[in-house]
Structures are given as structure tokens and as C-alpha cells.
Design a protein. Structure first.
Length: 138
């Protein structure tokens, strides 16, 4: 039976009139339109994918760079705090050094100078502390 249908389809001849030709032309045009549409969608999809990948990579790069800058900022802020603390300490020392009594006290302590009628006794505290720490650790 299958062979019979094949033979019949070979024996069938298409009509040659305006309606059949216009229908075939319309079908061919529809097929070409579908192919063009698929191609356009494929190209658009490819472009959209490329743009999306570019935007995502740019975003990731910027996030990485932002994290690095944030880390640098934290380090600089910590360093700034240390410098401000040191500056406050130095300003305090400057204020103390402007005081004559403090300078006199410092000179007596560091250079073993004395006022009139004072006697200076030196006690070796460092050696005693070293001996105590050695005894405690043993």
C-alpha cells in the first residue's frame, strides 16, 4: 500500500494556475520570513548576551576595585588615628616643655641635677625587677 501511495503521488500533477502560484509564492515568502526572523533573533540574542557578559564583568571588576579602595581607606584612617594620637601627645609634651618647673624636674631626673640642699640617691630598680621576673618565671 505504501508503494501504491508513492506511485500515486508521483502521478499527481500540480495545477498551473494563478491561485496555486500565488499560494506557493506566499508559502515561500512565509518560509523566508521565518528564516529571517530566526536569524534576527539569533543575532539579537548573541548581541544581548555579549552586552550582558560585558556589563557583568565590568560590575565585578568595579566591585573588586571598590573593595580594594575600601581596604586602603581603612588602613589610611587607622594610620591617621595613630598620627593624630601622636600629634596630641607631642602637643602635650610641647606644652609641658614650655613650663619651667617641668623642665627643671626633667633635668633633675635625667641628668641627676639637684636644687640647693637636695641630695640625690639612685636606686637600681631595673636590676631588682629583672631578678623578680626571673624568680617568678622559674
Amino acid at each position: 500500500m505504501a508503494e501504491r501511495k508513492k506511485r500515486q503521488s508521483n502521478n499527481v500533477r500540480t495545477l498551473e494556475n494563478d491561485y496555486v502560484r500565488s499560494t506557493e509564492t506566499h508559502v515561500q515568502y512565509s518560509r523566508k520570513q521565518k528564516v529571517r526572523t530566526r536569524r534576527r533573533l539569533t543575532v539579537f540574542g548573541l548581541l544581548a548576551t555579549i552586552v550582558l557578559v560585558f556589563l557583568i564583568s565590568t560590575s565585578l571588576t568595579q566591585n573588586k576595585r571598590l573593595a580594594e579602595k575600601q581596604q586602603q581607606k581603612e588602613e589610611v584612617v587607622a594610620k591617621l588615628d595613630e598620627v593624630k594620637e601622636q600629634q596630641d601627645m607631642l602637643n602635650l609634651q610641647i606644652a609641658k616643655l614650655e613650663d619651667d618647673e617641668y623642665i627643671a624636674k626633667l633635668a633633675r631626673k635625667e641628668y641627676f641635677l639637684s636644687d640647693d640642699g637636695e641630695i640625690i640617691f639612685t636606686i637600681p630598680e631595673d636590676e631588682e625587677k629583672d631578678e623578680k621576673s626571673n624568680n617568678i618565671s622559674n
